[in-house]
Write a protein that binds this ligand. Structure first.
Ligand code: 0O2
Length: 212
């Protein structure tokens, strides 16, 4: 398949990721400028690497033409929260938006994956306007806490290192680490209000200094 065709195919996905990053970053900014706690700590996004797209396309027996149907994470956003409770707030916030439509949800926080992976996944449809008209783009949004993200990043690197065959003893340690993350998230939740108050105060002071 010609690189030019792939580039054309992936352009609207890039636009979707860029636009959504602006929008979610604006949500953070709006909260902070009002001196309010933001349920989103930070957000990142990417268009999947072409080699990974092709790999997944082959795994799912998809074709260049119907790839959008089978590979749902070509465009991906990752929303990181400080506390588990913030994840529900972000999910609600996404559901209430009129510029994206939720098509599927996977709750790997209640239903932890066999690997120990925890995260909340949503596939949303988002419309971008291109020279060839409007295009509905599927975007995978992964929502998780900073602690879950730490675990996931480390486990992902190990999967890469061991080509998805992580040795049993390391798998066991990852399970222990996953349990420790659950305990950490739960301890942090218990002191959430204290932390939120401290951060609001800090933000208000920072806003005053910025205004002077
Ligand atoms: P990458 O390299 O992160 O993009 P799918 O294959 O996506 O159509 P599936 O397997 O049902 O269908 O999707 P799922 O389980 O929702 O997983 C999608 C993505 O979640 C993965 O994308 C990972 O990013 C992440 N994920 C799922 N399970 C794990 C896990 O055990 N460990 C880690 N670290 N991440 C996980 P990719 O394309 O597999 O990988």
């Amino acid at each position: 398949m010609e690189t030019k065709l792939w580039r054309e195919k992936l352009n609207p996905y890039e636009l979707a990721v860029d636009e959504l990053l602006v929008k979610f970053n604006h949500i953070i900014k709006e909260h902070r400028s009002k001196g309010l706690y933001s349920p989103i700590e930070h957000v990142s996004g990417r268009v999947k690497k072409l080699s990974s797209i092709i790999e997944k396309m082959q795994k799912k027996n998809a074709t260049f033409e119907n790839i959008d149907q089978y590979v749902e994470d070509i465009a991906g956003l990752r929303i990181i929260c400080q506390f588990v409770e913030d994840i529900d707030r972000v999910v609600e916030l996404i559901k209430q938006r009129t510029d994206m439509q939720v098509i599927t949800e996977k709750d790997y926080i209640t239903n932890i994956k066999e690997s120990g992976y925890r995260s909340y996944h949503m596939i949303v449809l988002y419309t971008v306007q291109t020279m060839d008209g409007n295009k509905n783009i599927k975007v995978e949004i992964q929502i998780r806490t900073m602690a879950m993200d730490f675990w996931s990043t480390v486990e992902h690197s190990l999967q890469y290192k061991y080509k998805k065959n992580i040795p049993v003893e390391i798998k066991e340690r990852l399970h222990n680490a996953s349990d420790a993350i659950i305990a950490l998230d739960s301890e942090m939740s218990a002191i959430r209000n204290e932390i939120m108050d401290a951060q609001n105060e800090f933000q208000i002071k920072a806003n005053i200094v910025a205004e002077i």
